[in-house]
Design a protein around this ligand. Sequence first.
Ligand code: ZN
Length: 293
Amino acid sequence: MSAMPAGHDTSLRRTPIRVGISARHVHLSMEHLEALFGPEHSLHPKRDLSQPGQFAAQETCVVAGPGGAFPNVRVLGPVRNVTQVEMSASDCRTLGAPVQVRDSGDIQGTPGCVLVGPAGSVQLERGVIVAARHIHMTSNDAALLGLADKAAVPVLAGSGSRLTVFANVTVRVSDKYRLELHVDTDEANAAGLSNDDIVWIIDAPGPVTGATAQDLPMAINPATTRPVLADAGSREIAVVPAIMDLTDRSLITEDDVIAAWRQGAAIKARPGALFTPLADDARRERRVELIMA
Ligand SMILES: [Zn+2]
């Protein structure tokens, strides 16, 4: 495949999406709320969260595991049917808990921990998860973006040396939601993101399965081989064509062509360089661009 010229309008879906970064937090069942804070206790809202009806409570509790503890973990409201602790993979390592990346509510087989509040403690058998990254959207947003509930999409985030593609971001559709990407603090730091930054869904069919980092750019879209700049203010991103420099070679083989194709790169060859017949075929079939030095 050919490399794209700089400034090409890549296939990012048109709607910009704001980022919400989830710090470690706890959702409590009524039973556990009372165990930690006393009978008949109800949560005291401290501030509203971006998703309608959700709030950060004034209440915090200790989350403790075999490796360590976090003293002031925010409780989010309202109360839920099942208690769940959401933290980053880094937090899990501090806690001494295995990392289980899960959708919210899917806690079967996840590690437990100890919660401690002013009125008592709870030994959780399960419920510590690293929340799978996801995008909340209304059915209207989903229609505009051409996406369905539970779709897995790649998202372009960050900029410069931290420009990042988050593959397999789960779409969650409900008219109770507001359009927003939710990532944890590890993911946000990896992409250099702050709250309310803008990210874009990359137009790609279906989930990326079994992809290694090396295969990912192709798996997402042949056109997005080397995005180097995301401009939050427009639909355009600059794509710099990757070039595999083979100007020191007199013979170029099929393996070279396939290696270039895997990187989405053009081949730069010196005048007079020979392509083996198989290399020539591969180059035509896979549309690897040739640049003569
Ligand atoms: Zn969320």
